[in-house]
Design a protein around this ligand. Sequence first.
Ligand code: SF4
Ligand code: SF4
Length: 432
Amino acid sequence: MISKAKRVSDYKQLTKQLPSVRYVDPEFVYLTLMNNRCTDYTLEVEEGDSVKVGEILGEKCGSFFETPVYSTVSGTVEGVVKKLDQNGLEVDCLKIRNNFKDETHESITDRPDAFIKAMSKEDIVDIVKEKALVGLGGAAFPSYIKLNTDEAIHTVVINAVECEPYLSSDYRLIMDQPEQIFKGLIYIMQTVSAPKGVIAVKKTKKALIEVLERECERYKDYDIKIAKVKDYYPQGWENATFKEAVGIKVPVGELPMKYGLLGFNVSTCASIYEAIKHNMPITKRYLTINGDAVNFPQDIRVRVGTSIRELIKLCDGYKEDINKLEVIIGGPMMGVALPSDDAIVTETTTSVLILKSTEYKEEPCVRCGSCVYSCPVDITPVSIMNAVKRNDKKSVELLEANKCIECGLCAYVCTSKIHVTDYVRKGKNLIG
Ligand code: SF4
Ligand code: SF4
């Protein structure tokens, strides 16, 4: 078996010190028409149609969600093709040939600051819904649902912790665009009438803290603080961030809104700024290309829909034959291994890791308890694994497998190199 959780040396150092590269003019983009919430779609365009940046091309449809699909380049519709998405699933994508003119759709217009200040909660929630904004840290939860909370929110927490090894795309976003982060946070505070804002960042990230504190000086009229949190995994897990950044412990399984807290990933915060200020959906994002098997790891600002193969070429390609490597979307702890590199960047693609394959032979469980001690949500991974092996649904339920946040720590620490997380994930599926 191959364990992707075993290669966690601090490759962030390779990318975060470098200026981010812009690669915003691919010849084609491939826009996903389906995802795990929406398994069907409708199209408003056909082959040969001309489209512009920010234009609605169709709609992803599911039982509870309908999400517009926006063009991320201007150009011509070429048709529907299959590509791998961020979950490694082959999905239908709309292929657009870029005309390199970057023409924006008529709907993309700036809102004056005074106009934004007068906007109601409903106005902002409607825009965020219409622009199909989702959590960009990987969860892809619709942002408008969070913003539409009826609970009294006292603090909005922006999560800039980025605790997974190898990833530095949020780091580069903050270094390049701190103003967008603060303005996005202020828009969120306005929406939910929150008096306080907190940006949580690892205390070891000195350069980042300097940039954020300098920016904080510009927004003295607002109660915004930078919270410097510990540097460990999984500090970026929302509950851990809340506890460390604002001192409030949100029990696993409960909504933070009940405790007066609302959390957003830092990239999501920037996307809210773009939607409210410029009426722009998510057309570009930062992502990290990293790992021990890519020649030139770096952070890149790309169009959503860009081919990952093309980005690997931009990083001077693979060090070895691709068939001997692992391609992972996301971090090494929580990411998904892809069956091939014929994948595309979606709104939630934080990183692509190219790792040398290492075979790990699983040994029998030695009942060392390491997985139990390391679990951040205090469940017993080894017991869940054993219940899953027995197909014992009742026990899996009693052992609260549903609380698992899939952080990957139980597999990482396992003395016997067992993929414990995979078993717990199976347990979650077993109990629905
Ligand atoms: S992946 Fe393992 S360690 Fe992490 S929350 Fe789930 S059971 Fe606990
Ligand atoms: S860490 Fe591995 S070997 Fe130790 S108890 Fe858990 S599953 Fe068994």
